[in-house]
Design a protein around this ligand. Sequence first.
Ligand code: AP5
Length: 223
Amino acid sequence: MDKKANLILLGAPGSGKGTRAVAICKVLGISQVATGDLFRKNLSENTDLGKLAKGYMDRGELVPDDVTAAMVKERLSMPDVRAGFVLDGFPRTVNQAKMLDDILSELGENLASVIYLDVSDDEIVKRLAGRLVCKNCQAPYHTEFTPPKVDGVCDKCGGALLRRDDDNPETIRKRLKVFHESTYPLIEFYEKKGLLVRVKSEISPKGLEADMRDILEKMGLLK
Ligand code: AP5
């Protein structure tokens, strides 16, 4: 690896952030930091943070910036992220991006790149309608595009595959609206900083690891 891979994956709900993050972490040996997964873990453990996040998540709204940034700061302070990280689902507002700048400067870290996954809303609706997620390890599958080897069972850990509560048509519409209003401005924010890399994310999941290797090589993160 040439430079430290501190990356952000930016994209609409269902654009493939989680799927790509898993591929990047496997290729580069770095850690995935997914705010949605962290909230869902808190929810399953019935913590105060989980109880607070649940209402926002069920409505397809964003959890308040200060709560989310505090959780990210705690996670980024853990030793496993020293080798590099992929932020999946954070930041989602310009305010969160500024908070992230402060967190990284306190930790003495810099961002290498921000990868924007560009996918049409029609494709997103198809992806989320067929998504299944492992109850244990959160690995994403799709009933048609990336089915598990055995129906309803995670290939990686043997956990049960479930549909997410927020993958229903009404909440998907709300999440897309929030993306266009609150998160889309981040594209310009990171373009101005010279950090944005646009990736057309409509490639088949089967070719995804090879595609990701190619992108990381061009970014100077993989030899
Ligand atoms: P979160 O869990 O982050 O959800 P999201 O952003 O809506 O993104 P998803 O996890 O739905 O999709 P993804 O882009 O990871 O796609 P995936 O790889 O699974 O957040 C949930 C909620 O938590 C938010 O609504 C909010 O309330 C809260 N939250 C989280 N972060 C927050 C923050 N920073 N601030 C405030 N609140 C926050 O892929 C989707 C499907 O497509 C899968 O089935 C997959 O198998 C399939 N697929 C993937 N790639 C391809 C491909 N190339 N071709 C075909 N199918 C594909």
